[in-house]
Design a protein around this ligand. Sequence first.
Ligand code: TYD
Length: 228
Amino acid sequence: MPGHFITFEGGEGAGKSTQIARLKTFLETNGKSVIVTREPGGSPGAEKIRSLLLSGEAKDLGPRGEAMLFAAARADHVDALIKPALERGDWVLCDRYADSTRVYQGEAGVDQEYLKLLETAAVAGLRPELTILIDVPPAIGLSRVAKRSQTDNSGGPDRFEDEAVAVHERRRKLFLQLALEEAYRFTIVDGSRDQDFVEKAVQTAVREAFSQDLGGTNETVPATQVSR
Ligand code: TYD
């Protein structure tokens, strides 16, 4: 497909949305057409499923049922938004994708073989070319989330944020393990560093992965210039 598909993964409070916004600016500065989206959600059908999942209304289904809902949302998102955008030649930056199901629902006890089947059905062959894992110790990530909920009146943690620290630690390990297993598409960035540092690391990864598309314009653009 003519477009490019980049996903961002990480635990709570990793700073994905800030970095996605900065990467969007960088790519646009380089003349690219960029779509920013997120999971669960990103398309009208999937956004309905998102509210069921994040409110905790679907919790009674158990982790396997929740995994099915994440997959259903993903299937709609792929068909309605991601595929058409890539066919048009856009760059799609997605906040979480199938790796989040492997990690979150995997950690919650859903069998990996079962998750693989769901993933195959949901993504319909559409896999990210680059996945940026923003790795942050849960103590740091969770304190950022706590600060954010105080300032934006978002009403406290959602269904998946509101778990014991040990759960967040296990998710972090699973993300790191996955990044090592599929190193060909993953870049791990240290999310405990300041946002400008992370921004530069993300840009480096993107330039390396897509040097053919970004060639010639990159080396002289300092990260701080494109972020403002
Ligand atoms: P969101 O508010 O988008 O959180 P974040 O800013 O951390 O990305 O909420 C998404 C939540 O859903 C998040 O806690 C991770 C969880 N999740 C899963 O458990 N499985 C999935 O497949 C996806 C996409 C998200």
